[in-house]
Design a binder for this molecule. Structure first.
Ligand SMILES: CSC[C@H]1O[C@H](OP(=O)(O)O)[C@H](O)[C@@H]1O
Ligand SMILES: Nc1ncnc2[nH]cnc12
Length: 295
């Protein structure tokens, strides 16, 4: 049993948390390049939260340019135990209306141009990803979203596109045929990397638009998205504040906390020392003994 420390990744429209007690801006760096910006850490109702704005202050990084590895690595370096990601999403189903919140359950990855693993160059790992989000975190998120006054849908499949352009109508219809419910540009590879970093991950999608499949709505319009996001930002902050209150006092272990135990296929004696050093946070549980010479 341990204390919770919730890492929050804020998406479009959510560039700061506000309401953090003893807030401090920290720069912990990363072994995987530069994170999107500094991390703000502090407390809400006794629970520690650390926040990063996914696209950086002033929304300067496109979905392709976000260094997802550095963001997850930096949050892990801060000591977060779990991740709560907030994203603007387009809706692919009539029932998910702009303004609604969707606690995402499944992901389809259509991104093509992103670093998607911490491993690979001297240490190979294959983590399971059948269920990419943590059911426990998702349950708390759904509860907190409801308390924040949002219309909440639990479950739903998010298709991650590379962007930065929105989809063509043919793509939008194809994703609907696949059974996808929401569309965005950032949850992958974020969820993959969270799993590799042994961080249970939940994703709350804030529906901003109906993408382009719905007649006679026409094209997606960023101005509309930003307007809905602005309307929803306060609810998102309430959700996060309420999230701490929804947590049980102590944190029971999750199977995701130790997922690397059975995922690394490279025998320890063959590990690249250089990559092992870079994994000091992501796989700190496993590489620390290596660094100190204990075995
Ligand atoms: C500004 S609309 C498109 C933008 O919003 C979403 O970002 P995030 O998931 O960080 O909220 C979407 O994925 C695009 O990056
Ligand atoms: N329709 C959409 N497509 C991709 N990403 C989005 N983010 C918000 N709305 C979106």
């Amino acid at each position: 049993m341990a204390d919770w420390h919730i890492g929050v990744i804020g998406g479009s429209g959510l560039y700061e948390l506000g309401a953090l007690e003893d807030a401090q801006e920290i720069d912990v760096g990363s072994a995987f390049g530069a994170p999107s910006g500094p991390i703000t850490t502090g407390y809400i109702g006794g629970v520690r939260f650390s926040f990063i704005a996914r696209h950086g202050a002033g929304h300067r990084l496109s979905p392709t340019m976000v260094n997802y590895r550095a963001n997850v690595d930096a949050l892990k370096r801060c000591g977060v135990t779990d991740l709560l990601a907030i994203s603007a999403v387009g809706s692919l189903k009539e029932k998910f209306a702009p303004g609604d919140f969707v606690v995402v359950q499944q992901l389809i990855d259509r991104t093509i141009s992103r670093e998607r693993s911490f491993f690979g160059d001297g240490i190979v790992a294959h983590v399971p990803l059948a269920d990419p989000v943590c059911p426990r975190m998702s349950k708390f998120a759904a509860k907190a979203a409801g308390k924040a006054g949002a219309q909440v849908h639990t479950g739903g499949t998010y298709v991650a596109i590379e962007g930065p352009q929105f989809s063509t109508r043919a793509e939008s219809n194809l994703f609907r045929e696949w059974g996808a419910d929401t569309i965005g540009m950032t949850a992958m590879p974020e969820a993959r990397l969270a799993r590799e970093a042994e961080l249970p991950y939940a994703l709350v999608g804030m529906v901003t638009d109906y993408d382009c499949w719905r007649e006679p709505d026409g094209d997606v319009d960023v101005a509309d998205i930003l307007r809905v996001m602005a309307e929803n930002a306060e609810k998102a902050r309430k959700l996060i504040a309420g999230f701490g209150a929804a947590l049980p006092k102590t944190r029971k272990a999750s199977s995701i906390d130790t997922v690397l135990d059975t995922a690394i296929v490279t025998p320890r004696e063959a590990w690249s020392p250089e990559l092992a050093r870079r994994l000091d946070a992501v796989a700190g549980r496993l590489v620390d003994p290596l660094a100190s010479g204990e075995e």
